[in-house]
Design a protein around this ligand. Structure first.
Ligand code: GLC
Length: 748
């Protein structure tokens, strides 16, 4: 037996131990189904089509749609994506169940990334809450709404770690840190899948994109990924491993090559690690057309080659490359693909269909009454408002500029995003409706009528198209004079600036990280007549807002907060909610520093030195504008009394006392970082290995205890082996990745 087949078997046996009863429940049924399926029907299960037919309407009679319609009829399709509405899903499912020979139901996938109709904050914003319960609750809400429209599988959570704010898809993940990213990824998997995957309001989750997509060179989407072993094992893989250990049911591979091999045909990743070492028992779906893209990569000659390379490497389902449906049967017949691989893929796909309850009741997720009752449900609005408030990060607040008094006179509100009811919804909102977000103006009006709004220049010129760039106004200054006049006649200015909702997301990488269009000019022009400005940022990525930080008294990071955006922002501005968010990603001073992140290796010349021969820039600081883990509050938290007890090397205890020394209640995120001072593979200058979010009343104290075990103290060496090495460790505890109290211990 080949090495990876051994690993596959060992992984399967591992899983048998874990899921014993579950396996027994379905394996026998799957065995008997496999025995009667033709090779063509088996390959059919491995084929996923995008929605091409409103099945409540007339049947396709020509062209591609006709071909796909016939494939549905013959059981040559196992899954669909982007099919909308419970009625449409039911009609399609009925057609396949009744027309195909074996009547195996379809599984319906959709990008339910941060909600369906009711939208939560974009995932990067939610990550800033560091509130795992709120994040899980948000994913739960997404599962309830999307399952009500017939969806039983979401292509989320994206667990790609990335350190590059230029990459458009930073908005879709949990930022730059592996430990936080893994915890958040698991919270999202649990929220989507719930306790019972067969329930009609839980859906299968997808850990994506496996692997390394967030390390695209130069932050340019779909670009090459070339990384070292240590980065792969210690930074990129752990969030996927955590998702697999928490029973994520599917994994999506990635568009990129990783060290020269496209992920879709990467047997090392998919068979040796994912299915072998980790014992993953769900199925792997390709990304959209990622199989066929191996031709452009220069890895496959044609789609026949694609079918062979992808199937042999453990890519179980083909999304929109048409390689399996056209060529895989013949490739098996010609001996180029082992039937055992096809059987394994089909087994995995059928297993998830059984777990979802589809094999017992194909229409379980198709209840139009639930659709009417649950979409935009008030409970869901409450859920997304709660997590939106918790996601806001207070970046600057000089001399208590915020919160504003509730009936403060003469407030100017300036900037096109202040009235925008679509941008706050963010990108990756396939099922949502434009114009459904609570705008900043609508939120403010709940606190004061004494404001004057001036839009300033248009922000986006022309229509907003899903697949096209937003055209940003960079020339037309109409609106400047009025904005300046309104600002000059007011006591306080709230400026709402940032990025349009589709300036981040897939295909939206930026080479610059400044405020797009004329916004910086507008900000400086307003500042010249009234410096009492609070900047409310609406953005899908870290921005280099250094001028604003140097000049303005207050800055609030409000991301794209989803349906309840304006209400959450207003609650923070007027003090009804004390901001508690912490940055999940470093903000740079300038784009030239990128990739910049809190936990680099120290290098051999960390500096600073009085000469030039150390690792630095001649024209920029090495320091970020705002570090990972940073976020202010309307109160103050004091850390004291750090104590480290390393008497038990398997459970090193770190204690610290946190006190609210301010005048208002607030929530703090106490963060624990370690540094392994000397190791067989160099270790970062610090690594997040614990955090706890809690509320404290004014004057209240709390002793926080962290326990460091092998899991936190170890790392993967360059052979992929997890090791724990004795030696000296530093620990740091505080409310950010910078500063905090320091302790030491010797690990025996
Ligand atoms: C896209 C994305 C992937 C998404 C898939 C289906 O190109 O890369 O994240 O789930 O296609 O829409």
């Amino acid at each position: 037996m080949k090495n990876h087949q051994l690993k596959l078997l060992s992984g399967f046996l591992l899983l048998l131990g874990i899921h014993g009863n579950l396996f027994a429940q379905y394996e026998a049924k799957i065995d008997s189904l496999l025995r009667i399926m033709t090779l063509e029907e088996k390959v059919g299960q491995m084929n996923q089509y995008n929605g091409f037919w409103e099945a409540t309407g007339t049947s396709p009679s020509s062209g591609d749609a006709k071909v796909k319609y016939e494939h549905l009829k013959k059981g040559r399709v196992g899954a669909m994506l982007n099919v909308r509405g419970a009625e449409n899903v039911r009609a399609l499912q009925e057609f396949v169940v009744k027309e195909s020979r074996l009547g195996i139901p379809l599984i319906f996938g959709l990008d339910v990334i941060h909600g369906h109709k009711t939208l939560a904050p974009i995932p990067l914003a939610e990550a800033a809450s560091w509130d795992l319960k709120a994040i899980e609750q948000s994913a739960r809400m997404s599962a309830i709404e999307s399952s009500a429209v017939g969806i039983n599988w979401t292509f989320a959570p994206m667990v790609d770690i990335t350190r590059d704010a230029r990459w458009g898809r930073v908005m879709e993940g949990a930022g730059e840190d592996t430990y936080l990213g893994a915890k958040i990824g698991v919270a999202r998997v649990r929220g989507f899948q719930g306790e019972d995957l067969s329930a009609p309001n839980t859906i299968a989750a997808t850990a994506k994109h496996f692997a390394g997509y967030g390390f695209a060179e130069a932050g340019r989407d779909y670009n090459t990924v070339d990384i070292g072993t240590s980065t792969l094992y210690n930074i990129i893989l752990p969030p996927f491993k955590a998702a697999v250990e928490n029973n994520v049911r599917t994994v999506m591979n990635s568009f990129n090559v990783i060290n020269g091999i496209p992920s879709t045909a990467n047997a090392f990743l998919q068979r040796d690690i994912l299915k072998g070492e980790w014992g993953f028992d769900g199925f792997v779906v390709s990304d959209w057309g990622s199989g066929a893209e191996m031709i452009d990569h220069g890895f496959a000659r044609d789609t026949v080659d694609v079918a062979v390379l992808a199937a042999n490497a453990g890519s179980d389902m083909d999304m929109e490359s048409y390689a399996y449906v056209r060529h895989l049967k013949r490739m098996v017949e010609e001996g180029k693909v082992d039937i055992a691989y096809v059987d394994d893929a089909v087994r995995r796909i059928l297993r998830v269909k059984y777990e979802l309850g589809l094999m017992d009741d194909p229409y379980r997720y198709c209840d139009p009454e639930r659709e009417k009752e649950l979409l935009y449900h008030p409970d869901h609005m409450a859920t997304v408002l709660d997590v939106a408030k918790k996601s806001i990060v207070l970046l600057k607040n000089e001399k208590g500029f915020l919160p504003l008094e509730k009936h403060q006179k003469k407030i100017a509100v300036i900037g096109p995003l202040a009235a925008d009811k679509t941008s706050p919804l963010g990108n990756w909102r396939i099922g949502s409706d434009d114009g459904t977000a609570v705008s900043v103006l609508e939120g403010l009006s709940k606190y004061t009528e004494n404001y004057t709004y001036s839009k300033g220049p248009d922000f986006v010129v022309g229509p907003i198209e899903f697949a096209l760039e937003a055209k940003i106004n960079e020339t037309d200054t109409t609106g400047f004079a009025e904005a300046i006049r309104v600002a000059g006649a007011s006591e306080v200015v709230i400026m709402v600036l940032g990025e349009h909702g589709i300036q981040s997301g897939e295909g939206r990488s930026r080479a610059r990280l400044d405020l797009p269009g004329l916004q910086q000019e507008l900000l400086e022009a307003v500042y010249a007549v009234n410096p009492n400005i609070v900047l409310v940022l609406m953005n899908g990525r870290p921005l280099a807002i250094t001028w604003a930080d140097e000049h303005l008294p207050a800055i609030v990071e409000a991301w794209h907060l989803g349906s309840q955006s304006g209400n959450a922002i207003a609650a923070v501005l007027f003090g009804d909610y004390n901001p508690s968010g912490k940055l999940p990603m470093t903000f740079p001073r300038s784009v030239g520093q990128v990739p910049i992140y809190y936990n680099p290796y120290n290098t051999g010349r960390p500096g600073p030195k009085d000469e030039v021969f150390w690792s630095h820039y001649t024209d920029e600081s090495n320091k970020p504008l705002y570090p990972f883990g940073y976020g202010l509050s309307y109160t103050h938290f004091e850390y004291s009394g750090i104590h480290v007890d390393a008497s038990n090397p398997k459970a090193v205890k770190v204690q610290v006392t946190v006190k609210n020394t301010g005048k208002v209640a607030g929530e703090e995120v106490a963060q624990l970082y370690i540094r392994d001072r000397v190791a067989s593979v160099v270790r970062p200058v610090k690594e997040l290995k614990g955090f706890e979010k809690f509320a404290l009343a004014p004057g209240e104290s709390k002793t926080v205890e962290f326990v460091l075990t092998d899991a936190e103290l170890g790392f993967y060496d360059n052979s992929g082996k997890f090791v724990v090495e004795p030696g000296e460790f530093d620990v740091m505890v505080g409310g950010s990745s910078e500063g905090g109290l320091v302790g030491k211990f010797e690990l025996q």
